[in-house]
Design a protein around this ligand. Sequence first.
Ligand SMILES: Nc1ncnc2c1ncn2[C@@H]1O[C@H](COP(=O)(O)OP(=O)(O)OP(=O)(O)O)[C@@H](O)[C@H]1O
Ligand SMILES: [Mg+2]
Length: 311
Amino acid sequence: MADTITVNNLHKSYGKVEVLKGVNFSVKKGTILALLGPNGAGKTTTVRILSTLLSYDKGSVQVGGNDVKKDADKVRSMIGLTGQAAAVDELLTGRENLIMMGRLYRLTHNSAKERAQELLEDFDLVDAADRPAKTYSGGMRRRLDLAVSLIAAPPLIFLDEPTTGLDPRSRLAMWRIIEQLVKDGTTILLTTQYLEEADQLADNIIVIDNGKVIAEGSANQLKSKIGSDRLELTFNTIKVLNNATSVIKAKGLEVDEKELKLSLPIKDTNKDVRGILDKLAKDKIKIDSMGIHKPTLDDVFLSVTGKGKED
Ligand SMILES: Nc1ncnc2c1ncn2[C@@H]1O[C@H](COP(=O)(O)OP(=O)(O)OP(=O)(O)O)[C@@H](O)[C@H]1O
Ligand SMILES: [Mg+2]
C-alpha cells in the first residue's frame, strides 16, 4: 500500500530552540498513525507543518503525494484538520457552523444540511444544535469543533488531541467515528497523550520525546519490547508472603513487602500459573488474590522515556 504521508529528517526551530531534531515517519493509506508524546514533545508543531500552517527548516514532507512547501494548495485541498484551539464561530449556532463549513467545502446546501444533521447526531449535539455556540460548555464546543472538521469527509485527517477534555462517553463516540472514517478509507494522523487511545485506535504508534522519535511500532510490538506478562499474587500476612517467596524462587521474582505482594514473569499462562499454584498448595500457602498484569503502553512509555506520562 502506498504511503500517504512521508516525513524525512524534519527539523524545526523556534528562534534558537530546536523543537524537532530530525523526525522520520510514514503513514500508509487507510491507516491510523498515533503520535504519542508528553507536553512540549513537538506533536502540534509536527501536525501544523504537515497541514501547511507552519514552515520548517530542514528535511522533506510529502502529504498525499504532494510536497507541503511546493504544493501547499493541493495539500490543503486534501486534508481536514482539528486543532487544539477551536475554530468555531461563536455567534452562529452549532448547525449553522456546520452548514457554513460544508458550503466552504462546496457541498450543496442540501447535502451540507444533511451532513450537519448526521454529525449533530453522532456528536450528541442535537438538543443544542440551534443555540449559538457561545452558549456551549467546553466539552460541547470541542465536539462541535471536531464535527466541523469532518464535514467534507476529506481523504486525510489530522486530529490534534481529538479527545482531550471530552467525558468518557464523548470519547467513546469519537473513537467510533474515527474507526468508521478509517473503514471508509480515510487516512488519519492523530496526536494524543493517552496511551490507551493510541492502543485502541492506531495501526502504528510513534513515540516522540524531546523532538525525536524514540520508539515506533504497533501497540503489540511496543508492548512486546518491554517484556512478558507477570503473575501477581497477594497474601494476607508478611509471614505467608515470605513462605511463598521461598517456595516459588523463580527468576525475575519481585517482592513488595508493603503491599504483601509478589510478582514474577510468565510465558505460558496456563502451564506457569498451574505450576506455581501447585507449589503453593503443596505447602498449604493461602493466596489472598491473584492477577495477571499485561504490559501496557504506559509501561512502554516509562521504559523508553525513563519517565511516566505525568512527569
Ligand atoms: N510559536 C512558538 N514559539 C516558540 N516556541 C514554541 C512555539 N510553539 C511551540 N513552541 C515550543 O515548542 C515545543 C513543542 O511544542 P508543541 O506545541 O509542538 O508540543 P506538543 O507536543 O503539541 O505539546 P502539548 O502536548 O502540550 O500540546 C514546546 O517546548 C513549545 O514551548
Ligand atoms: Mg500540542
